[in-house]
Design a protein around this ligand. Sequence first.
Ligand SMILES: Cc1ncc(C[n+]2csc(CCOP(=O)(O)OP(=O)(O)O)c2C)c(N)n1
Ligand SMILES: [Mg+2]
Length: 365
Amino acid sequence: MIDQKTLNKYDPIKNKAYQLIDDEGKPLDKTWKPRLSNAEILQAYKDLLFERTADLMAVSYQRQGRMFTYPPNIGQEAIHIAAGIVTKEQDWLVPAFRELGAWLAKGVSLKELFLYFKGNEDGSRFEKANRMLPIAVPIASQFPHAVGLGYAINYNKEKDTAVFAYVGDGGTSEGDFHEALNFAAVWNAPVIFIIQNNQFAISVPLKMQTKSINLAIKGLAYNIPSLMVDGNDFFAMHEALSYAREQAVAGKGPFLIEAKTYRTGAHTTSDDPSKYRSKEEEEHWAQKDPLKRLKGYILHSKIDELKDEEELIKGFKKHIDSEFEAAENHPEYKVEDVFGYMYAELPDELKRQKNAYENYLRGVK
Ligand SMILES: Cc1ncc(C[n+]2csc(CCOP(=O)(O)OP(=O)(O)O)c2C)c(N)n1
Ligand SMILES: [Mg+2]
């Protein structure tokens, strides 16, 4: 359990990440017991496996030319699944663009996900996801919105409600990040800021992004309790997020978590990371893979032998394919919808683009 003593021990100035299991999934402290039941742990593992399977298939659909782009989540799943468990129906989810498992837990369908990355705005409708903002590609622009929601929760005296807001390591260099943290603290807004520090902003490594010793330390300047957590350790993330939410809904204001992780895949399907990072680095982080570590824990502690994994993946793939088919069979958006709603009268340049696109669709050169 996290308490004030833990927060002191892991004061960001000490630059030590909060961690509960090692790279093999063995608890660092033998007396530690998870706050989740064995059945919940097993379900979490299946959810991690599902996110990974869906994510790999999404990359594959894009490679087949059936989707425009996609930002892979591989390597960051422990953060998403832990957050999915902690986030309640009445909580707000304020996404960036790389938290697939957390979206699914909120009720986003894979069909919607695929439609979004096929450029169809119906993918942003989130019909079953209560209280979730749209995916935010403009880096860190979502953070002030998260604080506004936190302010509203206080203003409306909503009980047992918090905001979970995501940003990347690159996003911490944006003004929006700092403005949001400042006002969240001033307004005592119940916002849990989650920085997914996956070591890169496209090709820019963390050391070129900041001179700070870590990213959690940025919260301290705004007097926000902050914790650097091993983001590939499912249990450490679950503990940290649970504590952060308990504090937020108890009226203690915002909390910041730096989840230290690694973007195992490319930035998006348009990127080739072999141009800017080494095999050694990738191998170092592969040892810390979140799925491998949780699997290790389940096997060591004899929760399950995970014998039906292949069957499970087969079933997942069938479901994922059927969701993709549903996205492909969804009505196409009209060209008018792309150009129609910004200007009363279309400027000449956009008229030219619309015309060129219509000709392209008609096959006219
Ligand atoms: C305001 C803004 N500037 C630049 C970009 C282009 N861009 C897209 S993703 C990205 C890097 C983001 O890195 P990080 O915040 O670490 O998130 P990650 O992609 O690693 O999850 C950049 C610069 C953008 N989308 N928005
Ligand atoms: Mg990053």
